[in-house]
Ligand binder design. Structure first.
Ligand SMILES: [Zn+2]
Length: 488
């Protein structure tokens, strides 16, 4: 009886130890800050080479941190991409493959692990599909999201996060996740253009880039200037987001959290404007849509506006090894001195290209779509074809399982209809397709595709497709929400 009591006491003391140790004194473990920006193509950020971008905050952050040049999401959709970042597991492994799926209650989750280790945890999201109901509240003591089905502007989300930062005791390390949605279609040009100086004169129908406006423009013939206007609206929303990310970073500095924090800027997927016959991001497996911006400032570095501080040997480093959103959770845990659970499938982000094995492969997946949804997306995309430059293209019409693997200098796509494509990642623009082979019969693929196909087939064997529910059994509220975002 006594032994049991003593055992209970020891257990209690062990559980309370982190609290007792940190009571009154500063806990030196790093805070983790995760900023996720929706729908932002890496190559539309200044630090990734876009000369038309106005992203001074993100560019300065890259100059003071480590920029990952070949990072990929694991599904070109908001919910699966974020679920992978937080769990360190592939969409198939968690079952979160669609925007209507929910993160399961079991399995590793970075917020839950850090909360258990005494971290203060808070999440601020800008769209309701990233909700507690969808399992995103796991491990977060504070979870703040928009009340309505309308996405909230970055300004409001950042204000909520700053109010939380102001009220907290910075002696306790935190996990803070802030998600901004603004670069998502439609582009709400009125908000973004105030932050983007390059708005060219344009007198066509595209004010905000809504589908109604696009249909109107397509009726009279989609022109080069309409296309440019759409890109301007998109860039303007990225410029708007950059401004509010700057306000968040300033808030972290004034709260004294910045210097010792492990800060990540990451985009959840990109956006297509006709590349590979795609528009937007749903049903699109292409580098334009799956290559993401990923920048990290490890703890203990100033990461200040591009200046190299003492000890900042890696400031401004560019890592070209293949990485993925799946690597975020294990990297965060190791930064806090916690060994990631073996069920996490990612690995720690490489600090340099030399460190990475040449055969590192990242898989990107898209679940089979119901035929009707595939046709609806294809019909919408067809508004843009033939392309303004006169090139012809067939809109993608596929409801099969799509997979891609990014490895070395290439991006290999299995398109769900038996077709295979090898795209070059060495093409600096990443906007022009660089097709080196396309065969209907996989048996006839050129020799250089074989290692890529083999790694995809091996991965598929280890990751069988779960019996995921379709969109037929959605509750009315989720259905309305997904419809309002253009996913149904
Ligand atoms: Zn998204």
């Amino acid at each position: 009886m006594m032994r049991t009591r003593n055992g209970t006491l020891v257990l209690l003391l062990l559980l309370l130890l982190p609290l007792l140790l940190h009571c009154g004194s500063r806990d030196e473990r790093p805070s983790i800050v995760l900023v996720t920006l929706d729908t932002t193509r890496a190559d539309f950020l200044g630090c990734y080479g876009d000369s038309l971008a106005e992203t001074p905050v993100i560019d300065a952050f890259a100059r003071g941190g480590i920029r990952y040049d070949r990072a990929f999401c694991h599904a070109p959709l908001t919910v699966p991409s974020h679920a992978t970042m937080l769990t360190g597991r592939y969409p198939r492994s968690t079952g979160v493959m669609r925007n209507s799926d929910t993160i399961p209650e079991s399995g590793p989750h970075v917020a839950e692990i850090l909360a258990g280790a005494g971290y203060e945890t808070a999440a601020f999201t800008s769209v309701k599909i990233l909700s507690e109901r969808a399992g995103f509240g796991r491990g977060f003591a504070t979870f703040d999201m928009p009340e309505s089905t309308r996405a909230r502007p970055g300004e409001e989300t950042v204000a909520a996060a700053l109010a939380w930062l102001d009220a907290r005791d910075e002696k306790t390390p935190c996990l803070l996740w802030v998600h901004l949605f603004d670069p998502h279609f439609p582009y709400r040009g009125t908000d973004g253009l105030a932050h983007y100086d390059r708005a060219a004169s344009y007198d066509g129908p595209l004010r905000q880039g809504s589908w109604n406006e696009i249909e109107r423009a397509a009726e009279t013939g989609w022109s080069e200037s309409d296309h440019e206007r759409l890109l301007t609206l998109y860039r303007s929303m990225i410029a708007y987001s950059d401004h509010w990310i700057g306000a968040l970073f300033e808030g972290l500095r004034s709260a004294g959290t910045w210097e010792n924090a492990d800060v990540y800027f990451v985009t959840d997927h990109g956006e297509a404007f006709g590349e590979g016959t795609y528009l937007e991001h749903a049903n699109a497996i292409h580098p334009a849509v799956t290559r993401i911006g990923l920048i990290r400032k490890p703890p203990g570095r100033s990461g200040a506006a591009g200046r190299r501080a003492a000890g900042d040997e890696a400031a401004g480093a560019v890592v070209s090894a293949i990485q993925g959103g799946i690597d975020l959770a294990p990297t965060m845990l190791r930064a806090c001195g916690i060994e990631p659970p073996s069920a996490m499938e990612g690995r720690t982000l490489y600090a340099s290209t030399a460190e990475a094995p040449a055969d590192r492969a990242i898989v990107i997946e898209e679940p089979p779509l119901p035929e009707s949804a595939a046709l609806r997306i294809a019909d919408r995309n067809a508004l843009f074809f033939p392309r303004p430059n006169g090139a012809t293209a067939t809109p993608a019409r596929t409801s099969g399982e799509k997979l891609a693997v990014a490895r070395g200098d290439n991006f290999f796509v299995f398109d769900g209809m038996g077709g295979e494509t090898l795209l070059s990642l060495a093409d600096a623009a990443h906007r022009a397709d660089s097709v080196t082979g396309l065969r209907d019969d996989p048996g006839e693929a050129p020799g250089d595709m074989i290692p890529y196909r083999k790694s995809l087939l091996d991965w598929r064997k280890a990751h069988p497709l779960p019996d995921a529910a379709g969109n037929d059994d959605l509750d009315p509220e989720t259905r309305r929400l997904l419809e309002s975002l253009g996913y149904l």
